[in-house]
Write a protein that binds this ligand. Sequence first.
Ligand code: NAP
Length: 472
Amino acid sequence: MKNFVAGAWIDKPKKIEVTNPFDNSVIDTVPRADAGDLEKALAFAERGAKVMAKLSSYERWKILRKAADMMAARNEELGQIISKEEGKIIAEGRGEANRAVETMMGSAEEAKRLHGETVPLDADPTGSNKLGFTLRVPCGVVAAIAPFNFPLNLVCHKVGPALAAGNTVIIKPASDTPLSAIKLTEILLEAGLPPEGIQCLTGSGGEIGDALVADRRVRKVTFTGSREIGERICRTAGIKKVTMELGSNSPVIVMPDADMEKVATVLAMTGYGNAGQTCISTQRVLTAKKVYSDLLSALKPKVEALTTGNQLDEKNKVGPMVKESEAVRVDEWINEAVSGGARLVAGGGRRGAIYLPAVVADVHPDMRISRDELFGPAVAVTPFDTIEEAIALANDSIYGLAAGIFTDNVEWAMKFAREAEAGNLHVNWGSQWRVDLMPYGGLKDSGFGKEGPKYAVNEMTELKMVVFHLNS
Ligand code: NAP
């Protein structure tokens, strides 16, 4: 596939190979953009911002709405691309493609809802004869930097609201999974988006990322990815708006009154979906001592039933990780925990890029599989005595993206809602649940700013205050 830069599809002799992680076969290649391509994109974007700012709300709605309809009609094609380049099972690929439609549809709706408000200036003793109101205006040029794990929907969460708000966007997809973002660019252009509205540049983040982020022509950076790169971007960006959607090691608390069958069924989904490569994947299962062995007995068969293999084979429940080196890393972390005294209750070990879904018990909170972001198909189970201890363990993390509790006790659930340090909290579910309209984002080192079209359009605009100084 090609890049879309300065209004044209371009190719380059230098390529990045995009592979299917199941068998390492090359699915396609994309250009490896360099500093020259980036400069071209930035210069064009500066002009593009002016074109986009002139589109009416209705025109922006129409384009996004049409793009959403086209994506719905092409669900199977998009699902296949996602699944092949990322490794998630085909049902999850189709699911992501469906969600992306909702994200674009929600963004289209927000294009019609952006508004300012009148401000009662005469409520101030010096404010008589003043009339004030706010105007929401686009930021201008938005750099949208996306991770590998949801290569379509997370790009839509940036591009949809940015276009709804009247910006021009430069997409920098992850190098492992750039194809879905290029397809989205194609669809948006076909839906009538002016070529000035979008550019998609594939290339190594390490090579072109700093220059993109630091450039003064870029007025907004929206980033989803790892904490390490997020921190680097915050330092490099300088004075501009920034949104950070970063990682996590999400905890789920299992209280003694929980329905163990339900807990096990849910955890087998929320800890292992997309081979654990979801930012809100359940990683730490904090379990009341009273039901500790019940939890392990209920969870083990459910996790062992997660068949692994080719992600395109409908019978498999867990596909390969995005690349073999990731499965090697997960294996190392789990082996390290087991050497340190933790117990492998189910799964473990790898075949190529596939890591066999694992349950690791007796995990000490200081072990790497508990403390850092594992981003793989395994959960770390740790016992506790009281709800106070459980919440303290849950909060003992630099991250704060999502958390869950299983209990029917209202007092416990409310204590959790008030005290757990995470941006998304779930009662009687695991940490991994999201619909695309809700405000979504982390606390602490999991980032700042919210996605979800209604919230993201605010992040993609600036607010101006206008005051009329009237004579009477
Ligand atoms: P990553 O390694 O941080 O990469 C994310 C993006 O940043 C890629 O496009 C990458 O390009 C680019 N990049 C690398 N260096 C850069 C630089 N110096 N300047 C600008 N951009 C740069 O993350 P990942 O491995 O793709 O994704 C997994 C991470 O994303 C996990 O930590 C996960 O929790 C997090 N995540 C968070 C959310 C959320 O909503 N909070 C959602 C999904 C994922 P290359 O690919 O070319 O290196």
